[in-house]
Write a protein of this length. Structure first.
Length: 234
């Protein structure tokens, strides 16, 4: 009678002295990079989120290059954040399956929902490049934001990314996967993010992304050292 050989240990339980592979290093760095890029993109945007559409279009027209750099920061940061959510989510699910799964699904689908809505910065930049008047762009902005197809995904994003981040942070906190201060940074990051946007407090919004970077960075460091726990060593 033969017996099935035991499974090899997961990466999360391997010898911490073992040198991490390139893949684990890349995942860990990407998890940190996403929120940092979003912090930079938010910090350099030339308008306040509480400004009127007229003032926003006016500021974009006066700072086109800066706005375009900010847009690129959002694009690259958003792509990196997708990877970061998967990295943190896998690590969280390893230690708290239900919280980790729901946190990943909510945060991930929230980010997906907002990506389906048009970027008014891009619309304004394109219109200005083609000579469209600022008054016309303001009307386009007003009309676009009034559409349910924009408003509903935006509302879902607001709720989903807040709850998702809280669940991921709670899972990591309960599992003692990362230091408690880093887990709390993740838990508090997105509620602070919403408060910053709602109050047109850009420094607070930047702070929220730095808090997210703290939590994601701590989780990424665990992945670099030990893996997510979902892959087996060779």
């Amino acid at each position: 009678m033969t017996t099935t050989p035991p499974r090899e240990q997961s990466a999360a339980t391997t010898d911490p002295g073992q040198a991490p592979g390139v893949g684990r290093i890349a995942l860990g760095l990407t998890a940190l990079l996403g929120p940092l890029l979003l912090a930079v993109a938010t910090g350099i945007v030339p308008y306040g989120t509480g400004d009127s559409d007229k003032d926003i279009v006016k500021d974009i027209a006066a700072h086109r290059t800066l706005t375009e750099v900010s847009v690129w920061g959002w694009i690259l940061g958003g792509l990196a954040l997708v990877v970061g959510i998967l990295v943190v989510g896998l690590l969280a699910m390893r230690h708290s399956p239900k919280l980790g799964l729901w946190g990943t699904l909510l945060f991930g689908t929230g980010l997906l929902a907002i990506s389906f809505t048009p970027s008014m910065d891009v619309v304004a930049l394109g219109g200005l490049d083609k000579g469209v008047s600022q008054d016309a762009l303001v009307k386009v902005t007003d009309g676009t934001y009034a559409l349910p197809v924009v408003g509903v995904p935006t509302l879902y994003f607001v709720a989903a990314h807040v709850v998702g981040a809280i669940l991921l942070g709670t899972a990591l906190l309960r599992g003692r996967v990362i230091p408690a201060w880093a887990a709390w940074s993740l838990i508090l990051a997105m509620p602070i993010n919403v408060a910053g946007y709602a109050g047109s407090l850009m420094p607070v919004t930047v702070l929220s992304f730095l808090l997210l970077a703290t939590g994601f960075g701590a989780a990424g460091l665990v992945v670099v050292r030990h893996g997510t726990g979902w892959t087996r060593t060779s």
